[in-house]
Design a protein around this ligand. Structure first.
Ligand code: HEC
Length: 479
């Protein structure tokens, strides 16, 4: 009988039998209700491993822990099926499955573009610290390098052009947090959220100093905005709250959703009048929070399963939302909250995000069909352009920046940052780096407050970055 606990001690375990592979456990994931990260633990459960708690408040009386236990048993039931979908045979396979599936499915490894051993070492080091056990690390890296060498699986089609970019990168401290959605505060600091580990982070780009703050366990923050009050407002995607973090006091206030059907605040944006608007993807709703009174209101989308996703507020106060589950955009009247649907032409169209240019034109990514779209709210005109990497390029984040429309092609590797010039209709694209490797997905981007730079991130590799266009790029290329 082997006994142990997760790092924070909240969840204890006992294991009967031989320990064949080393298990890993992180404090917060242990308390997470997400079944996928428990799949491996589920398999161990089937082999005589179970969770128990010596502190009754942690399991019996704690909903999260109860759900976790439920997930373990569910995963145990699925164990056989999941084994059939496992990685190719070879020495080290079981270790890779045990260690790497703690946070995500091994399908991310199979779908990757493959890497050299050195690049696998760097890539995995942004997710988990394997350096404490050199033999195990070698086993994992040897396996990955042998079975998943670099390939042109999902290769991008770059679009050449004259502009040059300058990209500054920062790697955030806590590994595997799925850092995302960087946003600038008026004092120049850059905030982000670590979605999988309930983290709110703050970076001083001048000194590269970073601080991380714990959000309520299970909040799974999806995005963050800086309010007119200087506070960091995040969306609690898994605990059905909007949250406010006061940078001066460190105090957190939570604003629960007004009804049970409103489960997953997703992307938010402040209107000029201080109202905080937000989308609720799976709940198929749009919400608003009045920071003065704390009142939260939600309304349903008129289109079934439209999955409201990206959200922006136009200069006239109209709220625009993209549909990640259907071919539509949604327009919300800021007074009445009445939502109207703008159908987009083709079936198969799904729209992760949108942005609005200075003329009020709505630019949107056609993620489902691999295109960039334009909608003119005055004339109703809709136009689309094929993205350079084609139908499977899955355009995702989008921002109007430097007189052009920028978005990324998340379905290809490298994940490409694309610039579209609305005047010339030319595309240019660049691979988005994460240190020495190209991996991960950009999921949301915004400009700095002065409009001089674009803040991006790579959720897989724990990086956030600031992109600016080199002044002399065009001039040099023209010479
Ligand atoms: C502590 C959590 C954690 C662990 C453990 C972990 N990863 Fe990840 N990994 C992530 C996150 C977060 C992402 C990004 C997922 C996303 O953006 O949806 C990711 C993404 C990936 C990707 C996709 C990269 C791309 O091209 O987009 C690969 C490949 C990957 N992980 C490999 C591994 C391997 C191999 C291991 C085991 C050595 C591992 N991961 C362990 C957190 C983790």
């Amino acid at each position: 009988m082997h006994k142990g606990s997760c790092l924070c001690g909240k969840v204890k375990y006992e294991y009967r039998g031989e320990i064949g592979e080393v298990s890993m456990c992180h404090c917060k994931p242990c308390r997470s209700p997400d079944p996928c990260r428990w799949l491996r633990f589920g398999c161990w459960a089937a082999r005589g491993y179970w969770l128990r708690s010596e502190d009754p408040t942690t399991i019996e009386n704690n909903d999260m822990a109860r759900k976790t236990l439920g997930s373990v048993f569910l995963a145990a039931a699925l164990c056989h099926a999941s084994a059939a979908l496992a990685l190719p045979d070879g020495e080290g396979r079981e270790t890779v499955e045990a260690v790497c599936a703690a946070c995500h499915g091994v399908n991310l490894i199979e779908r990757s573009s493959g890497y050299s051993r050195d690049d696998w070492e760097y890539l995995t080091s942004t997710m988990i610290d394997l350096s404490g056990d050199a033999a195990r690390q070698d086993e994992i890296l040897d396996y990955l390098a042998e079975h998943f060498p670099p390939s042109d699986n999902r290769a991008a089609t770059p679009a050449d052009g004259p502009l040059r970019l300058q990209i500054e990168e920062w790697k955030v401290p806590t590994l595997g947090q799925r850092s995302r959605d960087p946003v600038e505060a008026p004092d120049g600091s850059i905030w982000w959220v670590g979605q999988w580990l309930d983290i709110l982070g703050r970076l001083d780009p001048e000194t590269s100093e970073m601080q991380e703050f714990d959000l309520p366990s299970g909040a799974r923050p999806h995005s963050v905005n800086i309010g007119p009050d200087g506070a960091a407002w995040y969306t609690g995607n898994r605990n059905a709250t909007m949250g406010r973090f006061d940078p001066d006091s460190g105090e957190i206030s939570e604003y629960p959703m007004p009804e049970e059907a409103a489960r997953d605040p997703h992307t938010a944006e402040f209107a000029a009048d201080g109202t905080l608007w937000f989308s609720l993807q799976q709940s198929n709703m749009i919400g608003r929070l009045d920071p003065q009174t704390g009142e939260v209101q939600v309304v349903p989308s008129p289109r079934e399963r439209s999955r409201p996703y990206g959200l922006k507020v136009a200069e006239d106060g109209t709220v625009w939302v993209s549909c990640n589950g259907a071919n539509c955009l949604l327009r919300v009247d800021p007074e009445t909250m009445e939502v109207s649907e703008i159908p987009l032409p083709e079936a198969g169209t799904t729209v992760r995000r949108l942005d609005i240019d200075a003329d009020g034109i709505i630019w949107w990514v056609n993620s489902g069909l691999g295109r960039l779209g334009r909608y003119d709210p005055d004339t109703g005109d809709i136009q689309e352009w094929d993205s350079p990497s084609g139908p499977d390029s899955h355009p995702y984040a989008i921002a109007v920046f430097d007189g052009a429309v920028w978005y990324n092609e998340s379905g290809v590797r490298p994940d490409m940052l694309v610039r579209f010039d609305p005047q010339t209709e030319d595309f240019q694209s660049w691979p988005i780096p994460s240190g020495p490797v190209y991996a991960g997905i950009l999921r949301h981007m915004r400009t700095t407050l002065d409009g001089e730079a674009l803040l991006i991130h790579q959720s897989g590799t724990n990086h956030i970055a600031r992109v600016s266009v080199e002044d002399n790029g065009a001039a040099e290329a023209a010479e």
